[in-house]
Design a protein around this ligand. Structure first.
Ligand SMILES: [Fe+2]
Ligand SMILES: [Fe+2]
Length: 143
């Protein structure tokens, strides 16, 4: 799944994984580094099938900002660019589903599903990501 990601997404995911591991080691957060690396490398895998280039991604992001994330995510049956924008807006759910079906590590599935959620949503771990790990991954991502 990772090798099918666009090169820019691969580079970003490697940088996130490196920062997350460094952060875990320096702050001594108790987490399996393989889980952490898998979560970092695959958090945006749901974007892969959306067939949107950089300009399209920017446009989809602006559209979500203008009309709301739910509205854009609801364009999936519209066809054309709007369907691709819907895919991009829904990449958390799509990525988590792909990872779940592939038997990925639970932390990778949970982080793919929730990496754009507010950090406060992770405060009790109910989204499947321990709060300290969510803080690490979010800090390592920075987007
Ligand atoms: Fe994302
Ligand atoms: Fe990211």
């Amino acid at each position: 799944m990772w090798t099918s990601m666009p090169a820019a997404d691969q580079r970003h995911s490697i940088a996130v994984a490196k920062r997350a591991v460094q952060g875990a080691r320096s702050s001594r957060v108790p987490v399996d580094e393989r889980d952490l690396v898998a979560a970092a490398l695959l958090h945006d895998v749901g974007k892969t099938g959306c067939a949107l280039g950089t300009a399209g991604r920017v446009a989809a992001t602006v559209a979500a900002w203008l009309v709301g994330h739910r509205t854009v995510a609801g364009w999936s049956r519209r066809g054309g660019w709007r369907a691709r924008a819907a895919c991009f807006a829904d990449h958390q759910r799509i990525g988590a589903q792909l990872l779940r079906e592939a038997g990925a590590r639970p932390l990778a599935v949970a982080w793919a599903a929730s990496h754009h959620r507010d950090l406060s949503d992770h405060c009790d771990g109910r989204l499947g990501v321990p709060p300290a790990v969510a803080r690490l991954l979010a800090a390592a991502d920075g987007d």
